[in-house]
Design a protein around this ligand. Structure first.
Ligand code: A2R
Length: 319
């Protein structure tokens, strides 16, 4: 193959990424969230893909010369890594550069859920303050025990930010960390039983699928607060809505959902839920940093056959 490598790029990808890619590569735009529609000529010349969310066998199978899938985002559960691995295609993601932003946002979501700051602001903007004082928030962060379901790169940053709030911190992962002093629970259910605040920051995998379920909410209890910032697929959303409707738990703050961007009407109707449109990393500086990693992985791959951040399912030489 001669000339610049051709890169498939989802049409809704950050402009910053497209601008940088355009200076090194030929770009073939593809519609995101739609069945693949691409000419056989383009399919044959594409050697890389800059994408996010779903990128399954329907794409991988029709791109015979694909070498690298550079995923925008740390969670790459939408990429069919098994299909990529079978073909020797390298998959990369964007870890680390979003840790601080997501951890900051998580604390914001937790405080907003507990203090109901959205309701207080609505109260002011609706002119209600002129008539009476804003109702008290029913919950407080003070004295809580916060359980982290997931204590990886992002989870640890969340834990560090929780420390100054003087809450107790505990966690559940599959393996105990020897570098933290937080209480470890060998199962999610045991963690939920021990805490009154649960933060979900595990990846979306077959093991975590709908793992935050009715039993977990019941264990969390009527003073319980649930915060979800990992993947919506980890939560049994029907069970969550029921738990919020019936007072099985007190409140929830959600940045991720099972079937984004579709949010169940029952959830929308609840005033004890804070709902964010998957924006925990969504600031210009952080999204640009993630975008730079997407581009740099592709540049390195075509320059010297190495990448910065391969996912474990498709090991590759590292820069
Ligand atoms: O289980 P471990 O020891 O591998 O700990 C990881 C934990 N984790 C799990 N915990 C319990 N049951 C599971 N089945 C399970 N699977 C994984 O989640 C580790 O503590 C954490 C994942 O950490 P990292 O791989 O460093 O991911 P990072 O960068 O913190 O991002 C977490 C997720 C992404 O995958 C996206 O879905 C989302 O946050 O943005």
């Amino acid at each position: 193959m001669t000339g610049k490598p051709a890169i498939l790029v989802y049409d809704t990808l950050l402009a910053h990424i497209v601008r940088r890619l355009e200076t090194h590569f030929d770009i073939v735009f593809a519609k995101r969230n739609a069945p693949p529609a691409i000419s056989p000529e383009d399919a044959a010349r594409i050697r890389g893909a800059a994408i996010y969310g779903r990128f399954g066998a329907e794409w991988i199978d029709i791109l015979p010369n694909l070498e690298i899938i550079s995923h925008f985002g740390v969670g790459y559960d939408g990429v069919d890594c098994a299909a990529a691995a079978r073909r020797g295609i390298v998959v990369t993601n964007t870890p680390e550069v979003l840790n601080d932003e997501v951890a900051d946002s998580t604390l914001g979501l937790l405080l907003s859920t507990i203090h109901r700051s959205f309701a207080a602001e609505n109260w002011l903007r609706s002119g209600n303050w002129l008539k009476s004082a804003c109702p008290l928030a029913p919950l407080s962060l003070k004295g809580r025990t916060v359980g982290l379901y997931g204590l990886g790169r992002i989870g640890l940053e969340i834990a560090h930010r929780l420390e100054p709030f003087k809450v107790k911190i505990a966690y559940h992962t599959r393996s105990v960390r020897d570098d933290v002093g937080y209480d470890y629970y060998p199962s999610l259910l045991e963690l939920a039983t021990a805490v009154d605040t649960l933060i979900c920051i595990v990846p979306g995998t077959a093991d975590t699928h709908k793992s935050v379920n009715a039993a977990v909410f019941s264990a969390l209890g009527s003073n319980g607060v649930f915060i979800s910032v990992g993947r919506g697929s980890s939560v049994d959303e029907d069970a969550l809505v029921t738990a919020l409707e019936t007072g099985t738990i007190a409140a929830a703050g959600l940045d991720v959902f099972y079937d984004e961007p579709n949010v169940p009407e029952r959830l929308m109707a609840l005033d004890n839920a804070v709902l964010w449109p998957h924006v925990a990393s969504a600031t210009v500086p952080t999204r640009n940093a993630m975008g730079d990693l997407v581009v740099d992985n592709i540049i390195h791959w075509f320059a010297d056959g190495k990448v910065l951040t391969p996912v474990p399912e498709t090991p590759a030489p590292k820069v």
